[in-house]
Design a protein around this ligand. Structure first.
Ligand SMILES: Cc1cc2nc3c(=O)[nH]c(=O)nc-3n(C[C@H](O)[C@H](O)[C@H](O)COP(=O)(O)OP(=O)(O)OC[C@H]3O[C@@H](n4cnc5c(N)ncnc54)[C@H](O)[C@@H]3O)c2cc1C
Length: 390
């Protein structure tokens, strides 16, 4: 069996693996990406609805996503591919005093971290979202620099450019075993082949825990099922991603936490909901509960949606960690093994920023800011906090 050597071997051609290959290959590292599916983006990347924001509460995610937004927003100008980037902003709505208070507190912190975000009054929200249900509406946040793009178009654009830069992809190949050699290198064994490398990046999304097990570590990642849907296209009538954080009780179809939706470049509304309790596991089969749950909530919030037709729904995974933040970086006991896992509901937006950070990590070119990010997202943190805006 032929064994080829690579500087970096990335497991998974998804939201994280592909932009990481773009960065490592661009920085001159010989890069191999191994993917079970026949092409890029076919894991949970294509289940993402395409929201991209820097307005988080963790400094690490803010910095990573700020860089991601620079990459998404300038992509077409630099490389010519239209990835459907729209800088429409994000609105988190307040219909209760409690949520209003949380948002006001969060905005204060976000402003200190340099984010362009404000808590705005009801009238401004009504301008941003014409026809929104005013009953009980108190206000909300607006962050105009956030936006959205097509996860499939973006990943395919990153893929093509990463290949121009020399990255090599092996599709329909699954990593089944990792052998650590005495000299600190690895032999990665797939169902078809065997490869030598000094650095492995675990970017296996919902399967990241299994890859960790192959080198003897237990990553605290538990995938959760989330559903989404898309409507027919209609004339654009709002621009931001709308996030309604209120919980809702539904004795027939099941309770839910937040839901969020936006109108994409084609005018289609794309929507997604967080079930309560969360549904643990890897089940990606659509349910008949999702549409009755979310349609009732969306039409109540924005009554003019009541006649729009839904084209299809789908279900995918959030690879969750106990605190809702990713695990990124090296492991003390397994030299050369890097995790970029547990992206929760934010892997698409984190991808480009994470990719560049990992390339600097491999090349020993970390900045002080990078070190702060890696500390906050370390495998060794206590996982006690919780992301408020997950
Ligand atoms: C309904 C829904 C809506 C979402 N909306 C958003 C959103 O608006 N914005 C956002 O940023 N995120 C969103 N997400 C979350 C986002 O989809 C995930 O966080 C992201 O895709 C995870 O990226 P990843 O690269 O870790 O995993 P993936 O994109 O799933 O990539 C992992 C890849 O690894 C491959 N792989 C796994 N094991 C092996 C192996 N042993 N050998 C070879 N290959 C392997 C898989 O086949 C897969 O292609 C959403 C998710 C869902 C389900």
């Amino acid at each position: 069996m032929l064994i080829t050597e690579y500087d970096v071997l990335i497991i998974g051609a998804g939201s994280i693996g592909v932009p990481t290959a773009l960065a490592t290959a661009g920085d001159g590292l010989s890069t191999l990406v191994i993917e079970s599916f026949p092409s890029v983006a076919q894991g949970d990347n294509k289940h993402a609805i395409g929201g991209i924001r820097a307005t988080h509460t963790q400094k690490s995610k803010i910095l990573l996503c700020k860089r991601s937004i620079e990459i998404f927003s300038s992509w077409e100008q630099k490389f010519g591919d239209d990835i459907w980037w729209v800088q429409g902003g994000y609105c988190f709505l307040a219909y209760t005093k409690e949520i209003e208070q949380t948002l006001i507190e969060t905005v204060k912190k976000q402003k200190l971290l340099g984010l362009n975000i404000d808590y705005v009054d009801k009238d401004r929200i009504k301008e941003l979202i014409p026809g929104i249900n005013e009953q009980g509406l108190l206000g909300g946040t607006f962050s105009p620099e956030d936006g959205n793009a097509s996860p499939l178009l973006a990943l395919n654009a990153f893929y093509r450019e990463s290949k121009n830069r020399g990255a090599i992809y092996k599709f329909k190949e699954t990593v089944i075993k990792i052998n650590s050699n005495d000299d600190g290198t690895f032999r990665v064994i797939t169902n078809k082949n065997s490869y030598a490398t000094s650095t492995i990046i675990n970017a296996a999304g919902g399967n990241a825990r299994e890859i960790g097990n192959m080198v003897g570590i237990d990553l605290k990642i538990e995938p959760e099922s989330h559903e989404a849907g898309i409507t027919e296209p209609v004339k654009r009538f709002f621009s931001p991603m709308i996030v309604d954080m209120r919980p809702a009780r539904d004795p027939v179809f099941g309770d839910s936490k937040n839901y969020y939706f936006y109108q994409n470049r084609e005018g289609k509304i794309i929507f997604c909901l967080t079930p309560e309790p969360s549904i643990k596991g890897k089940d990606r089969r659509e349910t008949s509960n999702f549409l009755p749950q979310i349609c009732k909530r969306m039409v109540n919030l924005l009554p003019r949606l009541k006649n729009i037709k839904i084209r299809r729904t789908w279900r995918g995974l959030y690879p969750m960690t106990p605190d809702g933040n990713p695990i990124i970086g090296l492991i003390d006991d397994v030299k050369g093994f890097i995790n970029a896992v547990g992206m929760c509901g934010q892997g698409f937006m984190l991808g480009p920023g994470v990719g560049e950070l990992l390339s600097r990590l491999i090349r020993n070119e970390l900045t002080n800011e990078d070190k702060e990010i890696l500390k906050e997202l370390s495998y060794y943190r206590d996982f006690k906090g919780e992301e408020k805006l997950k």
